[in-house]
Design a protein around this ligand. Structure first.
Ligand code: CA
Length: 739
């Protein structure tokens, strides 16, 4: 009886669990497929098992081809990295938007990268609620405005340059501010989102690890992973773990290359295993391809029968290993021989995501061709152009028209002659005229390159002598003020002297001043050191010189202050009305700190004089916030606030080393509005038609003076358990006005 009951209970429980799981799955499991795009770099056509590679086993990459489809005529849109990636990432021929060159590392140049007219796959998928991760090589722009998180991705782990060293001990540059020449970009620390990290693993392994952990985290939501391994692009570097697998390969270059491909293959295995373990493999489209053909001499890759390699417009440059799986949708084990191109990845992904791109796409959804719904060919014609050499190619059916490093057109029949050995006569039987005019029509739709490329490295540096002059986010800025167009520099303090702040500009507040703050303000805590004003918060007892035991006023009846700090201000020394005020500072966010950058009107009493807080950092309802406010006087001099309180966690979510960096706070003040920015992001806009004091005056139509201070306690929280001293650093204060 007992046993029976137990069994029954168990069965009932199992049934219940199944039902619950079923329901949960129906709610959680979206119909939108996940998309994983695995891109290798400079891998040869023959260097995957599914294309017949003999000396480098790639069992995991082969799982994709075997579980779905192997494309025997898979192309990319360009024969080197950058433009090929621009095509993949936008689903459009990159020459349509001037990306006809391999971009240089130019962290000051907004135009060196994807133009703002272009949407990435991540941008489009975001509109359909996808969460996206970019991993590895970016190479689509190194200016801040081109960072992956500015181009649709939610997360990033990798590097911005066109390649990278593989071993952590070689990542000796803190960030791009330490780069002095193009290939220094290979030695920077890795980025995580918008910050930098100290990674310890071999690069390829680190990228695989991040892919797997993202899948675990996002398994219940539609996601997109752009897994852009830089392996097996040079420099050839592999760990013993992978090298030891290839002792039988005598050529050292080929051995290292093989080891690098093998490390990618292991990573692909981890990704596929994770999808299966979480039972989301059926609903995940996985693409695998190389960004261009192998540069056989450089990295010992092998393009097999294909002519030439990387950078060429013969097949070896643009015809790549290419496979795809979507177990829930497309039958396994297919070999697809009609030409497809990397542009099709975008078109396929957005189709099933139900997302609509803004721009016209050049690719097509491949799935109907793989399910048998459509028995035609995905593409009648494919095109390539290399602007600088005046080179081009075009594939129509079995024939290919190509002009590469020569003055004459050549036509080949790729079906019979994949090695492009036998030039055919240029005639109508092989569609020469038709192909040529199709090419000319396509070319007429293209733009000239909008930036200089890797081949113009020297020219670019000559034309842009400040190419690498990037302000380190971790250091003070020693560059001249960058005056906004139409403005002039009205006043500034760069804090570049040594000692005390300039007495012609600044005076000090003294003692207990406001808000029941714990610190005693004194001049001693404000000093200029190494190019910045440092306001030090100290734990030290100071006797209140105004102490009156029986006073009702806290400023008098607190006998001691347990802390000291400084507040400096330009009152009676400098004030301004309208213009842009810019302050670069590094704040201390420890418990108890309340750093501020603010201004007050010169006439009348607070708050009718008007207060603007470009920065306040303090705890509001227990949570650390960054605030951007203005305040004026209501009835009975009660303050009226226009306040934005942004959770501080929002800032560190995407920039984990935010507190290690200097940031720029900016006030843009006209007679109509005050706009408050942090690192060029608008935090609050105050409409000055609404900032009317109860007496009818508008406080923001009079000059304001500047205050910089580090308060302790009060809104800042209890500093009892915080170690001291603390410091708040101000790199500069600059005020610009319209010319
Ligand atoms: Ca490449």
């Amino acid at each position: 009886m007992k046993i029976f009951t137990r069994c029954t209970l168990l069965i009932v429980m199992i049934l219940l669990l199944c039902t619950q799981a079923g329901i949960a799955q129906d709610i959680k499991r979206s119909d939108k497929p996940n998309v994983i795009l695995i891109l290798t770099d400079d891998q040869g056509y023959m260097d995957v098992g599914f294309n017949g590679c003999k000396d480098i086993p790639t069992p995991n990459i082969d799982r994709i081809a075997n579980g779905g489809v192997r494309f025997t005529n898979g192309y990319v849109t360009y024969s080197v990295c950058g433009p090929s990636r621009a095509g993949i990432m936008t689903g459009r021929y990159q020459d349509r938007f001037g990306f006809g060159r391999n971009p240089l590392l130019a962290p000051n140049d907004t135009a060196m990268g994807l133009p703002s007219t272009e949407e990435t796959l991540a941008t489009v998928l975001k509109r359909s609620d996808y969460t996206s991760l970019a991993l590895g090589k970016w190479h689509l722009g190194a200016h801040k405005s081109q960072y992956p998180l500015k181009r649709g991705f939610d997360e990033f782990f990798g590097f911005l340059s066109g390649g990278h060293q593989y071993f952590p001990e070689q990542w000796t540059l803190r960030d791009l501010s330490e780069v002095r020449k193009q290939f220094d970009g290979y030695r920077t620390r890795l980025m995580k989102d918008n910050g930098r990290v100290d990674e310890k693993e071999y690069l390829t392994d680190a990228l695989s690890r991040e892919a797997v952990s993202f899948i675990e985290k996002e398994a219940d939501n539609p996601f997109f992973i752009y897994l852009a391994y830089n392996a097996p692009h040079g420099p050839l570097q592999a760990t013993e773990k992978y090298l030891s697998r290839f002792k039988h390969i005598e050529d050292k270059k080929r051995r290292t290359y093989a080891a690098m491909v093998s490390s990618v293959d292991d990573g692909v295995g981890l990704v596929l295993d994770k999808l299966e373990e979480l039972e989301i493999d059926d609903n995940t489209i996985v693409f695998f391809l190389s960004d261009n053909g192998g540069p056989e001499k450089h990295n010992a890759s092998d393009n097999g029968p294909l002519r030439d390699g990387k950078s060429s417009l013969y097949e070896g440059g643009i015809h790549v290993p290419f496979a795809m799986q979507w177990p829930g949708r497309i039958p396994a084990g297919q070999v697809f021989e009609n030409p497809v191109i990397s542009l099709d990845i975008f078109a396929t992904a957005v189709e099933y995501a139900g997302a609509t791109p803004k721009n016209n796409l050049d690719g097509v959804n491949l799935v109907p061709y793989l399910t048998g719904e459509n028995s035609g060919k995905p593409h009648q014609q494919l095109f390539w152009r290399k602007y600088d050499g005046g080179d081009y190619a075009m594939r129509g059916g079995d024939h290919k028209l190509v002009k590469y490093q020569s003055d004459v057109d050549e036509v080949y029949n790729l079906k019979k002659d994949i090695s492009e050995e036998k030039v055919l006569k240029l005639n109508d039987r092989n569609h020469y005229a038709e192909m040529k005019s199709a090419y000319q029509k396509w070319e007429s739709e293209l733009m000239d390159p909008v930036f200089l490329g890797l081949m113009q490295d020297k020219q670019y540096t000559k034309e842009n002598p400040n190419r690498y002059k990037v302000i380190s986010e971790y250091k003070v800025d020693n560059l001249e003020p960058k005056v906004p167009e139409g403005y002039k520099l009205l006043w500034s303090d760069e804090f570049n002297t040594v000692g005390k702040p300039n007495p012609e500009y600044w005076s000090y507040e003294n003692g207990f001043v406001r808000n029941h703050e714990l610190q005693w303000y004194q001049s001693d805590n404000a000093n200029i050191k190494e190019g910045a004003l440092v306001i030090e918060g100290r734990r030290e007892q100071v006797k209140n010189t105004n102490y009156k035991k029986d006073s009702k006023n806290w400023r008098h009846n607190w006998e001691f202050a347990e802390y000291t700090s400084s507040c400096i201000k330009t009152k009676d020394k400098f004030s301004f009305q309208y213009g842009i005020m810019e302050v670069r500072a590094r704040i201390d966010t420890s418990m108890g700190m309340w750093p501020a950058i603010w201004t007050l009107g010169v006439e009348n009493r607070w708050p009718s004089n008007g207060e603007v807080d470009q920065l306040e950092y303090y705890r509001f309802e227990g949570e650390a916030k960054i605030l951007a406010n203005a305040c004026w006087a209501g009835e009975n001099m009660k303050p009226v606030w226009d306040s934005e309180k942004i959770p501080f966690k929002n800032f560190i979510a995407k920039e984990h080393d935010w507190v290690d960096k200097f940031h720029v706070w900016k006030m843009d003040w006209t007679k109509d509005y005050i706009r408050l920015y942090l690192d060029d992001v608008l935090l609050n806009e105050i409409d000055l038609s609404k900032t009317i004091n109860a007496d009818g005056t508008n406080p923001f139509h009079q000059p304001q003076y500047i205050l910089l201070n580090l308060a302790l306690g009060s809104n800042g929280g209890d500093p009892t358990n915080t170690t001291f001293p603390r410091k708040y650093e101000v790199d500069y204060v600059r005020v610009y006005q319209k010319k």
